[in-house]
Design a protein around this ligand. Structure first.
Ligand code: GLN
Length: 453
């Protein structure tokens, strides 16, 4: 059945069947033997997990969805992978993504697109479309994604799965191939909010290998999810963000959003409206900050250190010319477009006007959040303005593609946690509802999300 699903959906770039089966059998044997070792098993031991192919894994290829890293094997495991191995979750394989996590549809993968299991002619979201499609198609009960501007939450929304971006620093980024380091976070993709909380508890916590890792211990997220699932939100103030959900949002998305608010009210929550006036500049700020950081992070793919090396077709073989030939052949159009944007924004004479201004906008967005959280405990919005669109619909129109992330990007700019949960269907396709909480308050987010589920 999984093979059938996979042939239609193409969620995976690499399948790790042998090792996954060996880990599953080991857990079975421990359980069968009983005793202290069985008692000590992690609650998720034996539950298979799929991993976005941006996260490095020993013994399996890591491609980042790019021809640049075709056949590349990491010599080490990401911290989240070490934790997953220690807890004995079988790793099913590596999932498809937009090249270097840049995109909203998984169509920018160098290895073919992934399809949405709800309608194979539609996109599964992106950049982590493979992880979301694997979970939605019942190929994997758990998956890992990365979220720089929405790449866990938007695929979650359009595939009817749960996708969570933890507080910046709550999960180690060590071993996640960096896109934009001040925005990137690893997080869970699951079928339920409780699974998401359990998985974040497992992968979270301080890591000395990541200098931005938070020092504090992981909060009791699964307890919060269980509390929320009991259904009582009395005393919880849920803020509807005035700037997210109006113009440009599909009618079906708005209708499901309104119903979700009714449900939250029925659970005892107080619905308030908050204004975040600078959110309208979030997309512009993101498309300066993200490419600036990304162009610098991707400078290491030089044809010398990692992956592909392409020699010039003719002429002298100098370092510069090898680098040029390698990057011309190794990177796809979207990555090149953004490298050009980023290097331009950082160049002398333009730095203050572009990167500098974007950083100021980022601060204003953080202040919008701070003000909003004065009058609300959590914030709520649709995760994405549209349901899954058709394959090819936006591939030639970068701006239309970028606009799909309008509701998810502010959380990355401010470092706050966000989660997308299924909020019903519009014309047969899933709609996602996003909850945002203050930084370090992931437990609060899980509680309210579990109450809506
Ligand atoms: N879709 C957004 C982008 O293209 C977000 C990417 C991400 O979160 N990795 O940049």
């Amino acid at each position: 059945a999984v093979d059938d699903a996979e042939s239609g959906v193409h969620a995976f770039l690499h399948i790790n069947a042998e090792e996954a089966l060996a880990v599953a059998s080991e857990v079975d044997a421990i359980r069968a033997a009983g005793g202290a070792e069985a008692q000590a098993l992690h609650p998720l031991a034996g539950v298979p997990i799929a991993v976005k192919d941006l996260i490095v894994t020993k013994g399996q290829p890591t491609t980042a969805g790019s021809a640049m890293l075709k056949g590349w094997m990491s010599p080490y495991d990401a911290t989240v992978i070490e934790k997953i191995r220690a807890a004995k979750l079988p790793i099913l394989g590596k999932t498809n993504l937009d090249e270097f996590a840049q995109g909203s549809s998984t169509e920018h993968s160098a290895y073919g697109n992934t399809r949405n299991p709800w309608d194979l002619n539609r996109i599964p979201g992106g950049s982590g479309g493979g992880s979301a499609a694997a979970v939605a198609a019942f190929e994997a009960p758990l998956a890992l994604g990365t979220d720089t501007g929405g790449s866990i939450r938007q695929p979650g929304a359009v595939t009817g799965t749960v996708g969570a971006k933890p507080t910046y620093g709550a999960v180690s980024r060590y071993g996640a191939i960096a896109m934009a380091s001040s925005l990137d976070q690893i997080g869970p993709v699951t079928r339920t909010v409780l699974d998401s909380a359990l998985l974040q508890e497992l992968i979270g916590g301080h890591d000395p290998k990541d200098s931005t890792s938070l020092p504090e211990p992981v909060p009791a997220l699964s307890d919060a999810a269980r509390l929320g699932a009991a259904g009582d939100l009395t005393g919880v103030r849920v803020g509807v963000i005035d700037e997210l959900g109006g113009e440009g949002y599909e009618e079906g998305v708005k209708a499901r959003f309104e119903e979700s608010l009714e449900l939250l009210k029925a659970r005892g929550a107080e619905i308030v409206t908050v204004s975040c006036p600078h959110f309208k500049y979030a997309l512009s700020a993101y498309y300066l900050i993200m490419p600036s950081e990304m162009s610098s992070n991707l400078a290491k793919f030089d044809g010398v250190r990692y992956g592909q090396r392409v020699l010039p077709e003719s002429g002298p073989v100098t370092i510069e010319r090898v680098m040029g030939a390698t990057r011309a052949a190794g990177f796809g159009d979207e990555v090149k477009r953004r490298i050009i944007l980023g290097t331009y924004a950082l160049s002398a004479g333009y730095y203050d006007a572009y990167y500098g201004s974007a950083q100021k906008v980022r601060t204003l967005i953080q202040r919008d959040f701070e003000a909003a959280f004065q009058s609300a405990d959590v914030l709520v919005s649709p995760t994405s303005p549209t349901v899954a669109f058709e394959l090819g619909a936006k591939i030639d129109d970068p701006l239309a593609m970028y606009l799909n992330d309008i509701a998810t990007i502010p959380a990355n700019l401010a470092g706050v946690p966000g989660i997308s949960v299924p909020g019903g269907l519009s014309e047969g396709l899933p709609v996602g509802i996003q909850f945002l909480a203050p930084a370090h308050e992931d437990a609060r987010m899980y509680r309210v999300a579990a109450a809506l589920e």
